[in-house]
Design a protein around this ligand. Structure first.
Ligand code: HSE
Length: 411
């Protein structure tokens, strides 16, 4: 039987401990658990508690390290040490994986260890393995979904129960869905990390955090919600990534979704992923994206792969797509702001709808992804509402039809 060293005993770690006890998994067993505080009461016996991650990594009896801590820098340190020590490594830390994906995949290959991170993306939805394995030899045209339980929970509570933003956020925190610093959730960073991880498996590309645009739901206000309601739309925080003619582009934006969109029905902490593949066509995966047991379930799935020495394929890395030029991507966005100088900052290519009042401007139009990225810091600082309509154009490409087809299906 393989021996596991579990580092971190919070929401995910405890979930895994209870899950393994309850299922009676026979191929591996937790030998030690590294925790920070000596004073907290724990659900595991004292004999297996340790107070140093290094002690577990250095323990020759431990074969597999499972890391479920919050701090991405400390997690990276653990990842490197574990892999260099020749032990298989499972992590739930999406920020750490997204930030160091290239280095860690190379290091794992070099040291011939299995490195897996299913629970880092969309909780219990088996999306990493599905894209990596099932779709290994099939072109992915797009991935689009709800990857963050906390912001979806908040939006659901606002839309369905008219709860206030702060109250809904507090509930998501109390339920264990939110990150320690919820800016990662509501600012759209957490879903961006997940998008970056999927981009490698789906398209073979390593995207840097700073190169992927993310807006969150933290700048949205009552007027934006009313605008959506009046049109029978909901607002969801949607990471999306498209491939057209071998060129890839992705971003995270709040988006208006209609009843006909699968994402419309995804509520609370649930996540959903729309996959558009070249031969399989469209698929929709739906499940719990956050919470102790759903996340632990994904870790347990990784554990069995690791025990059987099954790493990811990374098939798409052999012939990676190229990243599209941001200047060629036009995204239609709804914007709302009070400072009229913002209109110049936005530099719309063309405006499709506008409302000017004494108090605010509400403009919808096409902006290049490059421009949006360039001015994102100003728009965030000025609390400008930015919501994608779901329409976009790729300049200078023959097969914009593929996207238009997708849009037609969704419309
Ligand atoms: N904070 C994350 C979320 C946890 O709300 O989705 C799961 O990754």
């Amino acid at each position: 039987m393989k021996k596991i060293g579990l580092i971190g005993f919070g929401c995910v770690g405890q979930g895994l401990y209870l899950l393994l006890n309850s299922t009676g998994y026979e191929k591996a067993q937790i030998k030690s658990i590294a925790v920070k505080s000596k004073d907290k009461p724990r659900i595991a016996p004292n004999e297996i508690l340790r107070y140093s991650a290094d002690e577990l990594i250095d323990d020759p009896e431990i074969d597999i390290i499972i890391e479920a801590i919050d701090d991405a820098d400390a997690a990276f340190d653990i990842a490197r040490k574990t892999i260099v020590a020749g032990k298989d490594f499972i992590t739930a830390n999406k920020k750490m994986v997204a930030t160091h994906l290239e280095e860690l995949t190379a290091l794992a290959q070099l040291n011939n260890v299995v490195f897996r991170y299913e629970s880092a993306v969309c909780g219990a939805i088996p999306i990493v393995q599905t894209i990596d394995n099932y779709f290994a030899y099939e072109p992915i045209l797009s991935l689009r979904g709800i990857f963050n339980g906390t912001s979806n929970y908040i939006l659901s509570k606002i839309f369905n129960e008219k709860l206030e933003y702060r109250v809904a956020l507090k509930q998501a925190q109390d339920l264990g869905f939110a990150e320690t610093d919820p800016t990662a959730d509501v600012g759209g960073y957490d879903p961006k990390y997940k998008l970056i991880i999927l981009a490698l498996h789906a398209f073979g590309v390593y995207l840097a955090n700073e190169d992927v645009l993310n807006f969150g739901i933290d700048s949205l206000n009552k007027e934006d919600i009313d605008f959506a309601r009046e049109r029978n739309l909901k607002i969801k925080l949607v990471p999306s990534i498209y491939q057209i003619d071998g060129k890839v582009f992705g971003y995270v934006l709040p988006e208006f979704v209609s009843e006909k969109d699968n994402l419309y029905q995804v509520e609370n902490e649930f996540n959903g992923v729309n996959i558009e593949a070249g031969f399989a066509g469209a698929q929709f995966l739906y499940g719990r994206g956050a919470g102790s047991f759903p996340t632990a379930s994904a870790v347990a799935s990784d554990l069995d792969h690791v025990v059987n020495k099954r790493g990811y394929f990374y098939q798409k890395k052999i012939k990676p797509s190229t990243v599209a030029d941001d200047a060629n991507i036009l995204i239609e966005v709804y914007t709302r702001f009070t400072n009229e100088a913002i209109q110049k900052v936005l530099a719309f290519e063309n405006v499709t709808e506008g409302l000017f009042t004494e108090d605010f401007r509400q403009l919808t139009g096409y902006i290049s992804l490059k421009q949006l990225k360039n001015v994102a810091h100003i728009l965030k600082r000025e609390k400008v509402s930015i919501i994608a309509t779901g329409r976009r154009k790729l300049i200078g490409q023959k097969t914009t039809e593929k996207i238009l087809e997708q849009e037609k299906r969704r419309a």
